[in-house]
Structures are given as structure tokens and as C-alpha cells.
Design a protein around this ligand. Structure first.
Ligand code: SF4
Length: 65
């Protein structure tokens, strides 16, 4: 299983992850990242990994369990 978490304290409000995966990531009223789905379906895993790699502040953590 893939688990995704995000650190809103280092999030730079770039919206990149939200744009890529709106069903997995969202933003709070300050624009900071919120994870909507910590265990996304298999067909999203590659895109989740890509979003983590693409986060400019490395605020997205992906762990495989
Ligand atoms: S890509 Fe990174 S910096 Fe940008 S909104 Fe998502 S978590 Fe924040």
C-alpha cells in the first residue's frame, strides 16, 4: 500500500500537487497543502510519486507499506 502525507509547515503554496491530483491534494484557506486521500488507488500511485518528486519544497512524503 502507498501512503502519502504532506508537511504544511514547509509547503510553499505552489499548488502544483493540487493541480496534478485534485482528488488527493487540496489546499486550506491559507493555500497550504492538505491531503484528502492518504491511501490513493493503485492507478494514481505513479502520479503521486511524480507529484512528490515535483514538489519544490519536498513537502510530500510517499511511503510504500
Ligand atoms: S507541490 Fe509542494 S509546495 Fe506546492 S502546494 Fe503541493 S506540497 Fe505545497
Amino acid at each position: 500500500m502507498l501512503r502519502v502525507t504532506a508537511n504544511s509547515e514547509t509547503c510553499a503554496v505552489s499548488s502544483l500537487c493540487v493541480y496534478r491530483l485534485p482528488g488527493v491534494f487540496d489546499q486550506d484557506e491559507d493555500g497550504l497543502v492538505v491531503v484528502l486521500d492518504e491511501t490513493p488507488d493503485g492507478e494514481l500511485h505513479e502520479e503521486v510519486r511524480r507529484a512528490a518528486r515535483g514538489c519544490p519544497t519536498k513537502s510530500i512524503r510517499v511511503t510504500e507499506e
